[in-house]
Design a protein around this ligand. Structure first.
Ligand SMILES: *[C@@H]1O[C@H](CO)[C@@H](O)[C@H](O)[C@H]1NC(C)=O
Ligand SMILES: *[C@@H]1O[C@H](CO)[C@@H](O)[C@H](O)[C@H]1NC(C)=O
Ligand SMILES: *[C@@H]1O[C@H](CO)[C@@H](O)[C@H](O)[C@H]1NC(C)=O
Ligand SMILES: *[C@@H]1O[C@H](CO)[C@@H](O)[C@H](O)[C@H]1NC(C)=O
Ligand SMILES: *[C@@H]1O[C@H](CO)[C@@H](O)[C@H](O)[C@H]1NC(C)=O
Ligand SMILES: *[C@@H]1O[C@H](CO)[C@@H](O)[C@H](O)[C@H]1NC(C)=O
Ligand SMILES: *[C@@H]1O[C@H](CO)[C@@H](O)[C@H](O)[C@H]1NC(C)=O
Length: 650
């Protein structure tokens, strides 16, 4: 009697517990699919963690508000900004979404001080980066992957056909649906009651095209899982999943019919015909399938894949033999120029593509090789429309070679001072000024490692087919030993561009590039070389001349005489000259950052003048200091004196 009572009580408790679980039906779906940490740490940990915590709090607050399943947040106080994005699958309840997010936050903190990271679960994802990535016009990134289950759906052919149709429909419909999410299912014909379930989702900040492209890649990734019962595709901006087991509540199913193309019927017919033909040749097909399943390599998440989480991709390795023949044995006829780091050759590869090959003039010690490989990896991950792309390298040969994209229009100096002098109109010059600032701002502030160029000059600014600027040779200075980087043979020849604190004391900061940029801007406006003294200027260098004209309010006299005065607005020119002089002020702290310059250049109308301070090179006393340029290559060393007399006094 007694025992029975206890048993009954126990079973009541058990049943009520089951009921409780069923009612809450909590399943945040925290099955980990993909994670990654950037290999770069934040520079200031306290700034970083403050920013990181603030963005996570912000994301959580947004998810708590109503039924939001997507949120972005950013916090950029001090150094180490954090940009974060999270998204739950829309079928999750608000509570499950928050649980999934909480799990992701705890998991992503395992990346400790990494300045970028991602965690992808079945139920949600969380990602943060050190620069903005929300406008994902390109939602598919290298590292996208398909993850397959380990059981085969049956019967294989009809299961595959049903799953393919479902996935195809999701791929077509989802980009057209507001919110970029769809959940749907498809009954497997001839199988009793088997159904395939699927969802597709894109980040809400991507575009319709971005979503389409991403899901197209996802479809290919996930299709190769069939006829497995489960498949998932993970990418930076989208997610696609199917399963023979239901994984979302029935009432969350989307009616995707209205979003499918009119031609949907004929496709359905084709699939049915395919299935019938497949039935006839079933034995053959099963054999083929078994063959493919056996020969298919297991899919795993590889580390080092990028998927956006500031991880780096390796550069493409080229064969020395191929490059040698592509450059006609590095012949003089193919030589494009001689740069600070070695000669550059035009090369036509076997596939018909033209590239530029730089033969590096650096020693191949073991230590140099390690740093070469690391730096090349870093540089090959820099992508910006105003920076030359490094396509690959070759480190297995007598010389170290770097392979860059080829710019048919050559470098800016040719158009300012060379045979093509006078070719560039004001609009083109203005575009070059803005584009170069953008490229440098990216190198300094937006790439996950601050890259200081250290050798900005007109011969390092190449022009693409549309005369947009592309900065070359960035990152290479990092290959040089630290003591070889200032007032050495290489820089003396272009002292006209080099910031005084760097030339004399070797003090390196991104303001060194700001200075050189200012000099380049003056050259673009005036068509005069910074290191050249024109006969009409009483022995003044360009910078000195520009400063004096500015002091007397005669900015316009600096403008290149080959420019048509009707093409430009006097106020624009004044603004640009003043920005250039802002950049060349002697105190690095007074020079603006490159992103500030971009803002200044874009601002129209209202223009607040900061009082400018004199650049160092201005000196009426003409106490000139000799700087030896005898070992410099190529560049104009006709006038090897530079007036740096004010330096010692500061
Ligand atoms: C980043 O920081 C972690 C510990 O916080 C450390 O183990 C790791 O070596 C650091 N990585 C780099 C590249 O500095
Ligand atoms: C950020 O949050 C973590 C976890 O809540 C905490 O341990 C850490 O002290 C916080 N850091 C800052 C700078 O707020
Ligand atoms: C909550 O969402 C509504 C509408 O989406 C918005 O107007 C409101 O500002 C949000 N509140 C918070 C605290 O984010
Ligand atoms: C962090 O990593 C450790 C070791 O890899 C693991 O045991 C732990 O579960 C991770 N933390 C979270 C929250 O997943
Ligand atoms: C299939 O995967 C599940 C979890 O993913 C695992 O528990 C199970 O053991 C696997 N089965 C086989 C046959 O490998
Ligand atoms: C299919 O479902 C129906 C009811 O929904 C059921 O009667 C039938 O037994 C099921 N068939 C199989 C093969 O599971
Ligand atoms: C879906 O069904 C669940 C119960 O199974 C219910 O709690 C939820 O409100 C329903 N959602 C919608 C949108 O009808």
């Amino acid at each position: 009697m007694m025992n029975k009572k206890i048993l009954t009580t126990l079973s009541i408790i058990t049943i009520s517990q089951i009921w409780w679980w069923a009612c809450v039906s909590a399943d945040p779906q925290i099955n980990l699919l993909n994670e990654g940490c950037s290999q770069y740490n934040a520079t200031s940990l306290s700034n970083f963690y403050t920013n990181l915590n603030a963005t996570f709090l912000d994301l959580k607050a947004q998810l708590l508000n109503g039924s939001k399943h997507f949120a972005t947040a950013q916090q950029a106080k001090g150094s180490d900004p954090v940009y974060a994005m999270t998204q739950c699958r829309n079928y999750l309840s608000s509570a499950d979404c928050l649980s999934c997010f909480a799990a992701a936050v705890s998991q992503i903190r395992n990346c400790s001080a990494s300045n970028g990271a991602r965690v992808v679960y079945d139920g949600c994802f969380l990602r943060y980066e050190s620069s903005g990535f929300f406008d994902q016009t390109v939602a598919t990134l290298p590292g996208n992957v398909g993850l397959c289950g380990n059981q085969t759906g049956s019967p294989a052919t009809t299961f595959t056909a049903a799953a393919e149709e479902l996935l195809m429909d999701l791929q077509v419909a989802t980009p057209k649906i507001n919110g970029f999410f769809a959940a749907s299912k498809e009954v497997v014909s001839g199988s009793g009651n088997t159904t395939v379930y699927g969802v597709a989702q894109c980040a809400e900040t991507t575009t319709v095209t971005g979503c389409q492209d991403c899901l197209k890649v996802a479809y290919t990734n996930v299709q190769s899982c069939l006829p497995d019962t489960d498949g998932r595709a993970v990418d930076a901006g989208c997610f696609l999943r199917y399963s023979a087991t239901s994984f979302f509540p029935d009432n969350q199913t989307t009616n995707i019919k209205p979003f499918l193309e009119k031609g949907g019927n004929s496709r359905k017919k084709a699939i049915i015909i395919g299935v019938v033909v497949g039935g006839v040749g079933l034995i053959l097909l099963v054999g083929v399938l078994i063959y493919f399943r056996l020969s298919r390599k297991p899919k795993t998440v590889r580390r080092g894949d990028i998927l956006g989480a500031t991880e780096l991709q390796g550069p493409v390795n080229y064969k020395y033999k191929d490059l040698k023949s592509a450059t006609a044995n590095f012949s003089d006829a193919n030589k494009l120029g001689e740069g600070g780091f070695g000669d550059v050759y035009k090369a036509t590869l076997n596939n018909g593509k033209t590239v530029a090959v730089k033969k590096l003039a650096i020693l191949q010690s073991d230590r140099a090789m390690t740093s070469f490989e690391n730096e090349v990896k870093l540089i090959s991950n820099v992508h910006h429309r105003n920076l030359i792309r490094l396509l690959g390298c070759c480190s297995k040969g007598p010389e170290l070679l770097l392979i860059y994209e080829y710019m048919a229009n050559n470098s800016l100096d040719k158009f300012l001072f060379g045979e093509k002098r006078g070719f560039l109109n004001w609009k083109q010059r203005n575009d070059i000024i803005v584009g170069t600032a953008r490229g440098l701002a990216y190198l300094h502030e937006e790439f996950h490692v601050c890259i200081i160029h250290r050798d900005i000059k007109t011969s390092n600014i190449l022009l693409d087919d549309g005369f947009q600027p592309r900065i070359a040779d960035f990152g290479l200075a990092r290959l040089l030993p630290e003591d070889q980087t200032h007032l050495s043979t290489r820089f003396a020849g272009t002292l006209g561009y080099t910031a005084p604190e760097y030339a004399i004391h070797g003090q390196l900061s991104e303001k060194v590039d700001t200075y050189s940029y200012g000099v380049v801007v003056l050259e673009i406006v005036s068509g005069q070389k910074s290191s050249e003294i024109k006969s009409d200027t009483m022995g003044e260098f360009l910078l000195e001349k520009a400063w004096k004209l500015y002091e007397n309010g005669k900015h316009l006299e600096l403008v290149d005489e080959t420019l048509d005065p009707n093409e430009f607005d006097a106020e624009d020119v004044k603004k640009i000259v003043e920005i250039a002089l802002m950049c060349t002020q002697s105190s690095p702290a007074l020079r603006p950052t490159m992103s500030e310059i971009v803002v200044l250049l874009k601002s129209t109308g209202f223009w607040v003048n900061r009082p400018l301070t004199r650049p160092v090179f201005v000196d009426s006393g003409h106490k000139r200091v000799r700087v030896d340029t005898s070992t410099s290559t190529g560049s104009s060393s006709s006038n090897a004196t530079a007036s740096i007399s004010q330096l010692s006094g500061r």
